[in-house]
Ligand binder design. Structure first.
Ligand code: MG
Length: 282
């Protein structure tokens, strides 16, 4: 079966999953891609069913998965970035979490929280889980991956660095674009393929890397995390970001009112988010 592209759109005051086909989207009978991934034999059903057709140009993309059970994130996972920071390659992935309220759509406005001066970008490959999996072998882990998408793990550095734990800087409400589409891994080799990813801000390329530089790849991460907890359909793993974040630049750079942030993974998709300063009065 060829790879499919699935997305979640806002329509009629709610959300709906769609299958993307050329310049059209075919509406599926599910409120989001996460619900599709819970279907029995979801690949067969998602490719064969569908209702209303909508021109792709008219789509208003919601977060790819609107209510994931879990969003796991990985810190320090690109070899070049770890080595350039003068650190040793770690024996285990650094894991942290993000709540689903942090997610926004692929083309939504990114409202910069007024309480931070240091909002930063982190382009990342998102792994989306397509089957329940616990204590997975590498083979089982690969089979449990539904596909890939694009996430920007937007981070408030001042809040991240308040304490040893990063959570408070990683899960500010409505700050992390996820989407626009899930590209399924049905084709042989896609589960272990390498992708070029980048982040540009105001047209300037800030991050540029290949996922082949990941220390812990998608299959490793699914297997490792599934030792801790059952991964469920629709769960998202943000696999970590390469060098080039604003905080590490000299002088540091951060997102500002009007900044234009584009997060791209070749063959997977692109998020494009215009930043706006939050009104301080609330
Ligand atoms: Mg990150």
């Amino acid at each position: 079966m060829a790879a499919m592209r699935l997305a979640t759109i806002r329509t009629d005051g709610t959300t709906s999953a769609v299958r993307l086909e050329g310049d059209e989207a075919v509406q599926l009978d599910a409120p989001d891609v996460g619900a599709v991934l819970h279907w029995d034999r979801w690949r067969d059903r998602a490719v064969a069913t569908g209702g209303r057709r909508i021109p792709a140009d008219d789509l208003d993309y919601a977060p790819l998965v609107t209510r994931p059970d879990k969003i796991l994130c990985v810190g320090l996972n690109y070899r070049n970035h770890i080595l350039e920071m003068g650190r040793e390659l770690p024996p285990y992935p650094t894991l942290f979490a993000k709540y689903r309220s942090a997610l926004i759509g692929a083309f939504d406005e990114l409202v910069l929280p007024a309480v931070s001066e240091n909002v930063d970008w982190e382009a990342e490959l998102a792994v989306v889980v397509g089957a329940p999996v616990r204590n997975a072998t590498a083979e089982e882990a690969a089979a449990a991956i539904a596909g890939y998408s694009v996430i920007n793990d937007v981070t408030l550095r001042d809040w991240q660095n308040r304490t040893m734990q990063w959570l408070q800087g990683k899960t500010f409400e409505a700050t992390s674009p996820l989407g626009p589409a899930l590209v399924t891994t049905d084709e042989p080799g896609v589960a272990t393929a390498a992708f070029d990813l980048s982040c540009t801000v105001d047209g300037e390329r800030m991050q540029d890397a290949s996922t082949s530089d990941l220390l812990f790849g998608p299959v490793d991460l699914v297997a490792y995390i599934s030792t801790i907890v059952t991964l469920e359909p629709g769960d998202v793993i943000a696999t970590g970001t390469p060098g080039g974040v604003g905080h590490a630049r000299k002088p540091p750079r951060y997102l500002r009112d009007g900044s234009d942030m584009v997060t791209t993974i070749a063959g997977i998709g692109e998020c494009h988010n215009r930043c706006r300063a939050e009104s301080p009065a609330k």
